[in-house]
Ligand binder design. Structure first.
Ligand code: ZN
Length: 113
């Protein structure tokens, strides 16, 4: 489960930011997870609870926003939201797709006081 590693990295990142910006109490972290990133949002929240348990961030909420996976078709040039089950172009049926967005996971916002 690589979500555990990602949460570990996220915790380190939040710590760095909190230190740099002298944030005393982080309340909420908003993550954007692309549908094509391979990261499962509910695993992230589970792992976040696990890695922050007993730390200064155990009360910090992890909010996840999903970014739709958009691809363009190399055969007919159309852009569309990828159906993860079929992974094909809904217009011409081609499997030659190039991802346009939704491949990344990024920290959108850290709310603190
Ligand atoms: Zn197509």
């Amino acid at each position: 489960m690589h979500e555990l590693g990602l949460c570990d990295a996220l915790l380190r990142m939040v710590r760095d930011v909190a230190k740099k910006e002298a944030l005393t109490h982080v309340e909420k972290i908003t993550l954007e997870i692309g549908e094509l990133s391979g990261v499962v949002p509910h695993y992230m929240t589970d792992c976040w609870t696990a890695v922050t348990d007993g730390t200064e961030y155990q009360d910090a909420a992890l909010v996840i926003e999903t970014v739709p996976g958009i691809a363009s078709c190399m055969d007919c040039d159309k852009e569309f939201r990828i159906d993860l089950n079929s992974m094909r172009c809904p217009f011409c049926g081609s499997h030659s797709l190039t991802p346009v967005s939704g491949q990344d996971m990024l920290v959108k916002e850290i709310e603190a006081c």
